[in-house]
Design a protein around this ligand. Structure first.
Ligand code: MN
Length: 705
């Protein structure tokens, strides 16, 4: 065996230290909460990102082999497959694997960073950049322990790609052709939306080749093999193309065909549709989503999630800078350092697509900043090593590097210490779902708001109508309607929506080859029941309706935490689907922060309750109170309630939920909603529902119709 060179040993040492450093800092969150019962399940901390439950469901199903049709479980996804693989070979619990996977995978980012620096003969720069990038503010947020999502490799893989194209361009060694192409295959497999970055890298290499290195065959080989890897066909076919072209490129005698092969790769790339997603994205930027989505057929107007999830918003320069580098000064130094680095090594221009994507945060939302973290870390690390270079003694060089490195790390470490995100669900909610798993069948449906879809499916192994990926206005509408309307219409719509959802799966499957437009369930129901107006159909639910054949059970999952978003939930069905007119908001006000002053309870937001006169003041309006309700849980955790009807014709009710230390101020619409009746008051119609699990954190009912 060859003995390792001193440089190789140092490279390995730096990689090891940076990797351990990255994991060690992530352990801060773990030790902060480990053992805190509300965050634990199966003797392990739970994950802290909602979407993680999606990949976890896929991995669970892969391991058990229990994959069902139309359960929306991502059994063939890369993230689930990798998780299942680790769970199968490692001696840790599934809960531990999904908890720690992000920390371990994301820390791999130190490898390409240090290897890129090795190519520039500046290992110290790589080491410093690796320390900073691995724990950089926004990179940490999306790769911390428990942040189980594709983010764990979404920056690592393009950084490996950057490493291999830098080495390709600088060394012209054949092996980097293969590594680059394989990295594209893996990256695309892991994250199908990776095409924009791949294409940006491709464009820069093309530019680089045309401007500086036109006569070099190697560049055209690199471009051709990248295009083969980026075609829009099955990964196996692309793999074969990549391997075949690699063996051709390795042989000098085929050099005279390189332009033919490049031309063929361009034709195949376009012909296979490789450019379509990029074109689609460009079009998407030009034609921004309109306020309400209209589809063909009846042309119903649904309320769109985009209207509530406004991640984009305006972010300040300071937020932007500190999310990328930890501090505004570090950020400015990093940008200056990067420009200087590019001036010295123009190959570092290849990092521009990552910086560009990071800067998209200004228009596209905070989540983009992570892309800029590693490349800009090179910038500030380069400045630090350049300062050290001009210092006179070795001792001074190392002292200055140490001091500056600690300075740039400090704000990021402080951020980690203060970033105490909770788990997605608490232990009580999960224990409800865990019990439900043994009650409900795999094919049964659980009705709940989309925020809870993935965790419900993971813990209870059931089906859901909506989830973190399926929450368009059309599918949210019926769920919102069920939760915010009286229980009899809600019950009927639940049966209808579940059966229509299953029917739509079947129709889609039977017509897979035809280009069939599927309309929303609510539109199909309206037409099937002989109405031309959805409002008339919805109104008809109040009377006798012949419901479709029952094929499975339906459960309602009603968590207490939904009180915080009830108004938003209700908005999705408070729209006239025929003309997009929004209805008047129902009153649903919750106060956790109230003060009593004699007979007046001040509920905040200019709302107060006069106990003596039984009136509520909302701003300048004084309104009489219809009922005053007080709820509490007895020592067996059974709900006890006292309802005082004060004024039968008054419009507003007050509920004091003593154990939650919260007041609700409701109009009659909110008071009679399924959510308030079944979750807050446990007032359910015995003909329609039966109780399954009642805990103060979450209540589950089974539909009887
Ligand atoms: Mn399932």
């Amino acid at each position: 065996m060859k003995t390792l060179t001193k440089e190789t040993k140092l490279t390995l040492l730096y990689i090891t230290i940076a990797f351990v450093f990255s994991i060690a800092l992530r352990m801060i969150w773990y030790y902060e909460f480990n053992g805190y019962e509300p965050f634990m399940f199966n003797n392990q901390l739970m994950i802290n990102t909602n979407d993680g439950y999606y990949w976890a469901e896929g991995a669970r199903d892969m391991l058990s082999g229990a994959s069902q049709k139309n359960d929306l479980s991502p059994v063939s996804s890369a993230a689930s497959l990798l998780t299942a693989f680790f769970a199968a070979i490692l001696p840790f619990s599934f809960e531990s694997i999904i908890l720690f996977m992000p920390a371990v995978m994301s820390s791999l980012i130190v490898i390409p960073i240090i290897l890129i620096a090795k190519n520039l003969n500046n290992l110290e720069m790589g080491f410093i950049a690796a320390l900073l990038a691995s724990i950089g503010h926004s990179y940490y947020n999306r790769t911390m322990i428990g942040y189980y999502d594709t983010d764990m490799l979404n920056i690592v893989l393009p950084m490996f790609l950057l490493w291999s194209i830098i080495w390709a361009v600088r060394t012209n060694e054949d092996k980097y052709l293969l590594i680059t192409a394989l990295d594209i295959l893996v990256y695309r497999w892991w994250y199908p939306q990776s095409y924009s970055l791949e294409f940006a890298f491709f464009g820069l290499i093309l530019l680089y080749a045309l401007v500086w290195d036109r006569k070099n065959f190697y560049n055209y080989k690199l471009l051709a093999i990248m295009l083969f890897a980026m075609m829009d066909i099955d990964i196996l076919v692309r793999f074969i193309f990549v391997i075949a072209s690699f063996f051709i490129f390795k042989q000098e005698r085929f050099n005279k065909y390189i332009y033919h092969i490049l031309a063929a790769s361009i034709v195949l790339f376009f012909a296979s549709g490789g450019f379509n997603p990029i074109w689609g994205q460009l079009k998407g930027y030009v034609l921004r989503d309109s306020v309400t989505a209209v589809q063909d057929g009846m042309g119903l107007h649904f309320y769109s999630v985009l209207q509530t999830v406004r991640e984009a918003g305006h972010i300040s320069f300071e937020t932007f800078a500190s999310r990328i580098s930890g501090h505004i000064i570090t950020f400015i130094a990093a940008v200056a350092g990067y420009i200087y680095l590019v001036y010295r090594y123009k190959v570092m221009l290849l990092g521009l697509p990552l910086i560009g994507l990071g800067f998209l945060a200004y228009v596209g939302g905070l989540r983009f900043t992570i892309y800029a973290v590693p490349v800009l870390a090179f910038g500030v690390a380069f400045l630090i090593t350049e300062i050290a270079r001009v210092l006179p003694t070795k001792k001074l060089k190392y002292l200055s590097m140490l001091a500056f490195t600690l300075m740039i790390l400090y704000p990021n470490i402080m951020h980690i210490k203060e970033y105490k995100v909770p788990t997605v669900f608490n232990a009580d909610e999960v224990s409800v779902l865990d019990k439900l798993k043994n009650i409900a069948d795999r094919e049964d449906y659980v009705v709940a708001w989309w925020d809870y879809g993935y965790p419900i499916r993971y813990y209870s192994d059931v089906k859901t109508l909506v989830d973190g990926g399926k929450h368009s206005g059309a599918v949210n509408f019926p769920v919102s309607f069920m939760l915010s309307n009286p229980q009899d219409v809600a019950a009927k719509l639940a049966r209808l929506d579940v059966e229509y959802t299953e029917r739509a799966f079947k129709i889609a499957e039977e017509n897979r080859d035809k280009n069939l437009t599927l309309f929303s369930n609510i539109e199909e129901m309206t037409k099937d029941y002989g109405f031309k107006d959805t409002n008339d159909f919805l109104l008809s639910l109040e009377g006798d309706v012949k419901l479709p054949q029952k094929t499975r059970d339906i459960y309602f999952y009603l968590p207490y935490r939904m009180t915080n978003i009830y108004s938003t939930v209700a908005t999705f069905s408070n729209i006239d689907l025929m003309n997009a007119e929004m209805g008047k908001d129902a009153l649903f006000y919750m106060s956790n922060n109230f003060k009593q002053d004699k007979n007046i309870v001040n509920l905040g937001n200019n709302i107060s309750f006069d106990m003596q006169n039984a009136t509520v003041s909302i701003g300048k309006n004084v309104v009489p109170v219809k009922r005053f309700v007080q709820t509490a849980y007895d020592k067996d955790m059974k709900l006890v309630k006292k309802i005082d009807t004060i004024n039968e014709s008054a419009p507003i009710s007050i509920i004091y939920m003593s154990n939650y230390n919260a007041f609700l101020v409701l109009d009659e619409t909110s008071y009679s909603s399924l959510y308030v009746q079944l979750m807050v008051l446990e007032e359910y119609d015995r003909g329609l529902f039966e109780e399954v699990i009642l805990s103060p954190h979450a209540k589950v009912y089974r539909l009887k119709i």
